[in-house]
Design a protein around this ligand. Structure first.
Ligand SMILES: Cc1cc2nc3c(=O)[nH]c(=O)nc-3n(C[C@H](O)[C@H](O)[C@H](O)COP(=O)(O)OP(=O)(O)OC[C@H]3O[C@@H](n4cnc5c(N)ncnc54)[C@H](O)[C@@H]3O)c2cc1C
Length: 372
């Protein structure tokens, strides 16, 4: 009997995890990635909840621990750099989770663990999809036409193939927050905490340690504009305009970003789809349900999604398996997309009052009531 064949489009955490488990379940897997090489980038992400079990079952927990970012906890600061609140790593799923790693390191660990026989092709992407019910035919930018039993779209929040297949059914919820990530030189007084500072005007600066001797910085701010397509120099100028008077370490981060090669901007957008499959095409990870860093746990959900999808496909025919996948994942996603009341206003307060200790107690209380 021949093995069923799947094409996974996108070699991020969702695509690689799905490929890992589906190959283990006996499927013949091809992964294509739009970029010309493995994507190493990304800042600190965490693996929490059920994703820790998925990681352990993959046999990768020790490898991830060895590459941990060494963060000791999360501290909330006021404008003078004084600590308002501290959350040390005690709870494995606290603000700083037990398993913290750079995104690129996690992707490389999973890539290195892919079972023999998984084919990975860079610099290729889908141009057309034709689903005739018994299999799916894809036309690729390389010019090839290929047939598979299933197409799995794991292309991230701005997925082109998802939009091609599902059209307007893939709803977007813009949260009105843009985040700029970048790596800056480590300063003598940088500690091993994730430091959060909120400035007036819906602006936030965070600094995080890594294990490579640099500091990972984020500038987040409320805006309805989409700045993500700006050329990097223009984006840096926008960041300077927005943060030059934000206080604390704003100037240091702006100067650091001026010399940093990995600055990128993300406009926080939740993806909301009534169904994650249509015939022999299904979506997973951010492409299906992006929860954004405000919801948190996007990488963990990508790993759990890959595991659940493969588990369902390993024991049922495609239609039933995709329905099972949806039933398992839907409650997790609905929970993660439910933001605390007042978000993003509470996380990105516009006035000085909203940046003080009382506001932070309110944010914690709102988050807890939402989680319970
Ligand atoms: C380079 C990079 C850096 C990131 N940095 C951070 C970070 O610092 N902090 C954070 O919280 N999250 C970051 N993320 C997002 C985070 O990885 C995801 O939210 C989460 O892990 C879910 O992953 P995903 O695989 O669903 O989507 P993604 O991580 O977005 O992966 C999607 C993959 O599909 C590829 N792709 C896109 N379109 C196509 C196409 N048409 N055909 C083929 N391939 C395609 C992309 O190049 C990418 O490799 C980053 C993602 C990437 C790709």
């Amino acid at each position: 009997m021949t093995s069923p064949r799947a094409l996974v489009s996108g070699a991020g955490i969702a695509g690689l995890t799905t490929a890992f488990w589906l190959a283990r379940a006996g499927w013949e897997i091809t992964v294509i990635e739009r970029f010309g090489a493995f994507r190493d980038g990304g800042q600190n992400i965490d693996i929490r909840g059920a994703a820790r079990d998925v990681l352990t079952r993959m046999g990768l927990e020790d490898a991830v621990r060895a590459l941990g970012t060494t963060e000791e906890g999360t501290a909330v600061l006021d404008g003078g750099g004084r600590v308002i609140a501290r959350f040390p790593v005690e709870d494995p799923d606290g603000p700083t989770a037990e398993l913290e790693i750079l995104r690129g390191d996690l992707a490389r660990v999973i890539l290195g663990a892919l079972p023999a026989g998984v084919t990975l092709r860079y610099d290729d992407q889908i141009e057309g999809v034709r689903d005739d019910g018994s299999d799916v035919e894809v036309t690729l930018s390389s010019g090839a036409t290929e047939r598979y039993d299933l197409l799995i779209v794991a292309e991230g929040v701005r997925s082109r193939t998802r939009d091609l297949v599902f059209g307007p059914a893939a709803g977007r919820r813009e949260l009105g927050v843009t985040m700029a990530y970048g790596t800056i030189p480590r300063a003598g007084d940088d500690d091993r905490w994730w430091r959060w500072y909120s400035a007036e005007g819906g602006r936030q600066i965070t600094l995080r340690p890594d294990r490579t001797g640099t500091t990972r910085a984020t500038l987040a701010f409320t805006t309805d504009r989409d700045l993500t397509d700006l050329p990097l120099e223009q984006a840096r100028a926008e960041l300077r305009r927005t943060f030059h008077d934000a206080g604390w370490q704003a100037r240091r981060v702006l100067d650091g970003f001026a010399g940093s090669g990995d600055v990128y901007l993300d406009r926080l957008t939740q993806i909301d789809m009534p169904s994650w499959s249509s015939g022999r095409v299904c979506v997973t990870g951010d492409a299906a349900w992006c929860v954004t860093p405000l919801g948190g746990g996007g990488t963990s959900l990508a790993m759990v999604g890959g595991y659940v999808l493969a588990a369902c496909l390993g024991r049922a025919e495609v239609g039933d398996a995709l329905r099972g996948y949806e039933q398992w994942m839907r409650p997790l996603i609905e929970d993660a997309q439910k933001l605390p009341p007042g978000t993003p206003g509470l996380f990105y307060p516009r006035s000085a009052l909203g940046c003080g200790p009382c506001a932070w107690r309110l944010v914690s209380a709102a988050s807890e009531s939402c989680a319970s």
